[in-house]
Write a protein that binds this ligand. Structure first.
Ligand SMILES: [Zn+2]
Length: 60
């Protein structure tokens, strides 16, 4: 089951919804283009033991 998290775009600050797959590992990186400003952002995702995601986003 995908986990849905909302993060702020590091370039424009608009919310971005990410669909994460916790089964793909406890640390993951996603590069996604912001749907608002179209700039790529790197989202570094970490899952804790309860499966909660924390996301660190930065501009690429
Ligand atoms: Zn943006």
């Amino acid at each position: 089951m995908d986990e849905i998290v909302e993060v702020a775009c590091p370039s424009c600050g608009e919310p971005i919804v990410l669909a994460l797959d916790p089964s793909a590992g406890s640390e993951q990186e996603y590069v996604e283009d912001c749907p608002v400003c179209c700039r790529p952002a790197l989202h570094r995702v970490r899952f804790d033991r309860e499966g909660r995601a924390s996301v660190d986003s930065r501009a690429e």
